[in-house]
Design a protein around this ligand. Structure first.
Ligand code: CMC
Length: 447
């Protein structure tokens, strides 16, 4: 049994848990490393030798570490978020998204030479195969852009079949570059298709965020020049969303990636996980909630309905599985939101959001449950001010999270302890019973 001993041998030298099984009276020891025991160490605890042994039951991974990771650090109680040790506040103020993408993957900030090559490579690969373009235009006019993005990224797998060689570092390099490069292009094509606008090819003379905005907004002008405040807001939002350790979509990328599938397939799983309203879809849900509220006067009644709904009706953009004091990204986004709205003008949504936040933060229900605005509370307001359609918000999140998904995917592959993800279950169904069908299968029986 790895690392733990039974009572007969005495306790191990280092920190450990002493576990007594009341069924047998036997004592076991489980070593503690990094404030963690290995759940596999519980397997030795059995009544009969043929038993499977004790398992840990942890629906939704509330208290289970699935990996060791050196990428992102979060202290949810203190509201700390760091990428590779660098505070998110400093990165948001000083870095660019592509520098952060490099940092997430490599663990260190790039030198000027490394950065220039990284940017040049990503810029070079922004175009997608014309068949991807045609494939995307086959979607219905009202297709959700997240479906288009997930399908587009999944399709890339068939365009780059050598990406299956996941243990080849050169293949991983090019997959990183291609995914970061093509994600904004596919995302912009989805936007233009749904709007019924002609698709705009990348303009590789532009930086990353400006190039994306050009593909979104350019019409007949020969060159699109994005407002620098808007372009910087997009770049900072991409930095804030670039990684967030083992969240739902990253866990999906790791779980799917653990079967050793190619990175395009793993990332498309992440996109689909991000789509959900409890995850990346929350900023979309915030805007829908603000529309439903309609006027600041309606906020008290809305808050009451949330409180009396016993969890069924939530205040979207509030609460977080990990942050229990405040979400450090929310502070930065609020500042960005002010900058953007200083140009576009205050919106009705923003007035409702500010008042909603004020009332919720002084309400006992939310204080007691440590419910604070999360990153999604204000991102939707920025996206709305920039005229992105509500169902497009999560697409912007996905572009940014690609940097984190890929870094986490590679970390998984290089981690010798990792195997194909395969949780256990507690079976709650029937015991064995004989098959007695009431269906008529006589037509298919041949003698
Ligand atoms: N509004 C009202 N009540 C809430 C909310 C909310 N937004 N969030 C949690 N609660 C209540 C919940 O009903 C429960 O109350 P009680 O103890 O009386 O049963 C208590 O607070 C604890 O909630 P929980 O559901 O156990 O917390 P969780 O860690 O499982 O859920 C969450 C985290 C983010 C899924 C949840 O807070 C939520 O659904 N928030 C709204 C959706 C949202 O904004 N999601 C974006 C998350 S940030 C983006 C990202 O990183 O993915």
């Amino acid at each position: 049994m790895s690392g733990s001993t039974d009572a007969a041998k005495g306790p191990p030298a280092g920190d450990h848990l002493e576990i007594k099984d009341s069924r047998t009276g036997k004592v076991y020891y489980a070593p503690i490393t990094d404030e963690t025991i290995r759940t596999a160490d519980l397997k030795q605890i059995k009544v009969k030798p043929e038993d499977f042994g004790i398992m840990g039951y942890d629906p939704a991974f509330m208290n289970t570490a699935s990996c060791r990771s050196a990428i992102t650090f979060i202290d949810g109680d203190q509201g700390i978020l760091r990428y590779r040790g660098y505070p998110i506040e400093q990165l948001a103020e000083k870095a660019s998204f592509l520098e952060v993408a490099w940092l997430l993957r490599h663990g260190e900030l790039p030198t000027q030479k490394e950065y220039d090559k990284w940017v040049a490579d990503i810029t070079y690969h922004t175009y997608v195969h014309e068949n991807i373009k045609q494939f995307l235009t086959g979607f219905r006019y009202d297709a959700h852009p997240m479906s288009m993005l997930a399908a587009g990224v999944s399709a890339l797998s068939s365009f780059y079949p050598t990406a299956k060689s996941i243990h080849d570092p050169v293949e991983r390099d090019i997959a990183f570059v291609r995914l970061l490069a093509k994600m904004p292009t596919i995302a912009a094509f989805a936007y233009r298709h749904v709007k019924g606008l002609p698709l705009v090819y990348p303009d590789n003379s532009l930086p990353y965020a400006e190039n994306f905005l050009s593909m979104i907004a350019r019409m007949s002008e020969s060159k699109y020049e994005a407002n620098p405040v808007f372009a910087r807001a997009i770049d900072v939002l991409f930095i804030l969303h670039a990684d967030h350790e083992q969240n739902c979509s990253t866990n999906a990328v790791r779980a799917v990636g653990s079967s050793h599938v190619d990175p395009y397939s793993a990332v498309s799983a992440g996109i689909n996980a991000l789509y959900g309203p409890l995850h990346g879809g929350a900023n979309e849900a915030v805007l829908r909630m603000l529309e439903e509220i309609g006027h600041p006067n309606n906020i008290p009644a809305f808050i009451e309905s949330v409180k009396s709904g016993k969890g069924e009706h939530k205040l979207m953009g509030f609460g977080h599985r990990v942050y229990k004091s405040y979400d450090p990204r929310a502070k930065i986004v609020k500042g960005l939101c002010d900058q953007v709205l200083a140009i576009t003008g205050m919106s009705k949504d923003m007035e409702i959001a500010v008042e909603l936040e004020r009332i919720a933060l002084s309400d006992e229900y939310f204080i007691k449950r440590k419910l604070y605005p999360n990153v999604d509370f204000y991102t939707g307001l920025i996206y709305r001010a920039l005229h992105f359609p509500t169902d497009y918000f999560t697409v912007l999140f996905a572009i940014a999270r690609t940097a984190g998904w890929m870094s986490q995917w590679e970390e998984l592959l290089l981690d010798k302890e990792q195997k194909i993800a395969r949780p256990r279950q507690i079976y709650t169904g029937y015991g064995e019973r004989p098959y007695k069908s009431t269906l008529d299968y006589t037509h298919r029986i041949t003698k």
